[in-house]
Design a protein around this ligand. Sequence first.
Ligand code: S3P
Length: 442
Amino acid sequence: MPKHIYINKKISPYNKTIQVSSDKSLSIRTVLLASQAVGISKISNLLESEDVLNTLKTIKKLGINYKKKKNCYEIYGFGLNGFNPKNNTVINAGNSGTLGRLILSLLIKTDKNIKLIGDKSLSKRDFSRVVKPLKLFGANIKLKKNYLPVKIQGTEFLRPINYVEHIGSAQIKTACCFAALNAPGTTFIRARKSRNHTELLFKYLKIPIKVKSNKKFDLIKVKGLHQYNAFNYSIPGDISSSAFFIVLTLLSKNSEITIRNVNVNESRIGLIKILKMMNCKITFKNKRIYKGEKTADIFVKSSKILKPINCPSSLNSSAIDEFLLIFLIAGAKTKGISTFKALGELNKKESPRLDIAIKFLRMIGIKVVRNIDDIKIYGKPKIDLKRNYHVKNFFKDHRIFMMSCIAALTLGGNWKINDKDSINTSFPKFLNILKNLGANIN
Ligand code: S3P
């Protein structure tokens, strides 16, 4: 089977309703929290992508059983620190930064030696950002030069911590909250704003958590050693996966799309806020609250030329996985210069996304000026590509692959895009949905 695809034709106008894959952040968090609950949790519409399947494999290796019944995963939890691994167990987080960082935080009380490994991309990502706070709780952790493999052995003698999370990383914040579950007393976290699914899940599960918010930071208190009961949860659609279809529609001619039942938590909709600042019309319909999380159907139409943006860096965290698409809109749909600041975190994702995005935009003839982690994009709204383009060497980053497909289907040219299997980490149905919308992909 070839590992690349060809796109030589723009997508024809469409008017359709779709459903994207379930949210990855909620899928990983609910599986991990179910593994620490007392009793049988039932999670339906779980995202069945490699990152989540690796989460299930990981809890199994640590002694927690699960069964799939129809559309529902039953997870048999034994309560806090209910893992029962063999000594020297090796767990593999594959490509998933979220799984790798969060699982460590649930192992700070285990009496066995556990080694965490990951794939080539994950082995290049910084783990010191979670190891640092987890060591403060008292766990014994070894890592070489900030990278995997990490060796962890927990301790019974844990203490709560007082920690400042200054990057705006939900993974670090969640690792502190998860670790706090096993620590006696109250852990305080002052966290720069980031997605708050963990806090909402804790509230829903009646885990003692208090959150006070100011403009930039959340002050979070978690009281440890509180057993919580098993739960039922149905995972809504992923806004980060929806983003590809929102942008496809904005860049296409005479098209409309409705994306049903998507999680539109405030801390995740930076893309929508940024696009609205650029004058896009996007509407949420059928707004609901599900277990503390906002959901809605998203409606988008093809758009005329948009306004460039001076993007406030306060939106960076809530659009962190969507910047490749935002850059594409700024480059191919606006007239004028857009600026984006403080995007260094993008280079710490599955691939150095900021570097790769700049190369990509320049490859399709869009001018980009870079000053360390700030960039200026010179919009070219009538862009009509004619040449051959080959997208390669992107460390099999799923989001680079999918963004390239959207560019290829809307801007013209003949494209060869490598590593189609990359979508399996987050959105295995991506190419099928595109084909159902009428895309010609070989
Ligand atoms: C995630 C948080 C973000 C995001 C990642 C998923 C999460 O990472 O990029 O895809 O589920 O907590 P950071 O928290 O490191 O920014």
